[in-house]
Design a protein around this ligand. Structure first.
Ligand SMILES: [Zn+2]
Length: 418
């Protein structure tokens, strides 16, 4: 009776050995480690971890290793998308109201699985997804399916429904007798405590609030929550260890968000040097979402490259310059979903186009995003970090659009593209 068991056991052990994945020995002409670029370096990956990196002669090459080397290439940490909506797709295909009101959560989730794959294949191995816009907690389910290996996609931090003040958010313009579902969850005053906790309970990693919205007398953006309400949201969320992020484009919405303890401000379109300096002082980061404004202007008829830039784009350029001048931490996040998933690089191209040095743009999309999002095991090519890696043809430091020439994508030690 004992012998078969022993045989079985030894078989099991040898199977485990056989399945032990071969290490990857990866070289490239340039290796950007998330902070600095090196030439003549190599990276050794075992399992899901970077176990060695440095000059080629100092990185041991195990005999059984799988060698990855593309000529004329750059290796870098997997890119981090700072602001996505995987449950949305471009508004020039289907407008936002229709997506929110007429598409079921299940239909939208089916589409989102493709969006997730496209994001990963474009080299974005992580994404902070900031609201399902009416698709409930489908992002929580999407994240689970990705983590379980059911579908390919980036590692996700998700916000769930997001929070808006009563009366401010859309879809709008329907008869008052109609019950119209909203793109986020409304709450005010002390009820915010329950809503924050409920969203956490349902799987939100982040609490997102709309600190202002287009509900002014002339549909202009105006502040929504009072500073006391924002503080209540932050206090409630922080006690669970979750950060709060704010959609805000007005100076007053930004000011309240900063003083309430919000960690990142999304959009910041009307931001001035003074408000960005206050953000820097209070350690609040800016996620400028340049690509969203650029896309929407084109959906409204702007012929980019043919016609001169609309006023809104010119103002955004000015405010981005002020942000650069202030020294505020700038994240890379494009509000992708407004434009096509997989086109995430558009934000990085625009950051460079609007005046940010390319080396800073690449840091934003890797080490800076990781640090601000409290992800201390990604964003750098360094011993002990998770093996999230991207290889592109060419040299993005010379031509940022080379980021589109994806050759190799590894997430958590698993190769998704080669
Ligand atoms: Zn957004």
């Amino acid at each position: 009776m004992k012998l078969p068991l022993l045989v079985l056991l030894s078989l099991t052990f040898s199977n485990v050995e056989a399945q032990d994945p071969a290490p990857y020995y990866i070289t490239a002409d340039h290796i950007f480690d998330g902070e600095v670029t090196h030439e003549g370096w190599a990276v050794l990956v075992k399992g899901n971890t970077i176990i060695s990196t440095g000059p080629k002669e100092k990185v041991p090459m195990p005999t059984n290793s799988i060698k990855i080397n593309y000529s004329n290439s750059t290796l870098m940490p997997g890119l981090i998308e700072g602001h996505s909506h995987l449950l949305l797709y471009p508004y020039n295909i289907t407008d936002w109201d229709t997506q929110v009101l007429k598409e079921t959560d299940s239909y939208r989730t089916a589409r989102a699985t493709v969006h997730a794959r496209n994001t990963l294949m474009a080299g974005f191995t992580t994404a902070r997804d900031l609201g399902t816009e009416g698709a409930g907690y489908s992002d929580v389910a999407l994240k689970r399916a990705i983590n379980e290996g059911v579908i390919p996609g980036p590692r996700l931090m998700v916000a769930g429904r997001a929070i808006v003040s009563t009366g401010s958010y859309g879809p709008k313009g329907y008869d008052n007798d109609m019950h119209v579902m909203l793109g986020a969850e409304p709450a005010d005053g002390n009820a915010l405590i329950r809503v924050v906790r409920d969203q956490i309970g349902k799987g939100a990693d982040i609490i997102k609030v709309y600190a202002d919205y287009r509900w002014g007398i002339n549909n202009e953006a105006m502040p929504t929550f009072s500073i006391e309400e924002l503080k209540l949201i932050v206090e409630t969320s922080k006690s669970s260890g979750r950060p709060v992020v704010a959609h805000s484009s007005t100076i007053e919405g930004m000011r309240r968000s900063i003083l309430a303890g919000i960690e990142t401000i999304e959009h910041g379109d009307d931001g001035t040097l003074e408000i960005f300096q206050l953000m820097k002082e209070k350690n609040v980061a800016l996620c400028p979402t340049l690509a969203a404004g650029d896309a929407i202007a084109q959906y409204r008829g702007w012929k980019k490259g043919v016609e001169s830039e609309p006023e809104k784009i010119k103002r955004k350029r000015e405010s981005f310059k002020a942000a650069l001048q202030s020294g505020v931490t700038i994240l890379a996040g494009g509000d992708v979903g407004v434009f096509a998933h997989g086109e995430n690089v558009r934000e990085l191209e625009l950051m460079a186009d609007y005046g940010m040095p390319v080396s800073e743009v690449l840091k934003s999309a890797t080490s800076v995003n990781a640090k601000v999002f409290h992800l201390n095991n990604i964003g750098l090519i360094k011993e002990g970090m998770l093996a999230d890696l991207l290889i592109v043809s060419g040299d993005p430091f010379k031509n940022i659009s080379d980021l589109r020439k994806t050759k190799f994508v590894m997430k958590d030690g698993v190769v998704y593209r080669n």
